[in-house]
Unconditional design. Sequence first.
Length: 56
Amino acid sequence: MRDRASSVGNKAIAVLVLLVALWILGSFVIGFITGIVKILAVLAAIVALFWALNRL
């Protein structure tokens, strides 16, 4: 009985560790993608600025 409770406890801790790791990794990936989108938006704004200045 004690081994079974210990096994359930170990599995619960393992699931908790996995959830925390996924949360950290997910926030890192979302931050990385957000950074790329911001860089692309700035580059698009610079291109639009030069295009508009060229049309004047």
